[in-house]
Design a protein around this ligand. Structure first.
Ligand SMILES: [Zn+2]
Length: 105
């Protein structure tokens, strides 16, 4: 595995993401992304963020940031919601089959 990770905080700015219980997904993903990036730094990885504050970043710009820096992995953080009150857990989606998704899960 490479050493440069792009950490993408989902949504941001006018793109609120899921909202409920007084929370906005964009705020939670940003806090999580900054924490994940800090932990990755402490483990010896270099980190590129697609955003570090509450701003809107288009999907194409997120890709441009990661590709221009030739990141070895792109990790996009989301906090999904559902109307199903018994649903819970996490999901990890990956573009290619590799061990990264396994370890995240
Ligand atoms: Zn989302």
């Amino acid at each position: 595995m490479g050493r440069l990770i792009c950490v993408d905080a989902g949504h941001g700015g006018t793109a609120l993401g899921a909202c409920g219980n007084g929370l906005k997904e964009k705020d939670i993903t940003l806090k999580m992304a900054l924490k994940v990036g800090k932990l990755l730094n402490e483990c010896g990885f270099d980190v590129v963020y697609t955003r570090t504050k509450d701003i809107y970043v288009s999907l194409s710009e997120r890709c441009r940031i990661a590709n221009s820096r030739k990141c070895d992995a792109f990790v996009s953080i989301h906090d999904n919601s559902t109307a199903n009150i018994v649903a819970n857990g996490i999901e990890t989606l990956c573009y290619t089959k590799n061990n990264l998704a396994y370890y995240i899960q």
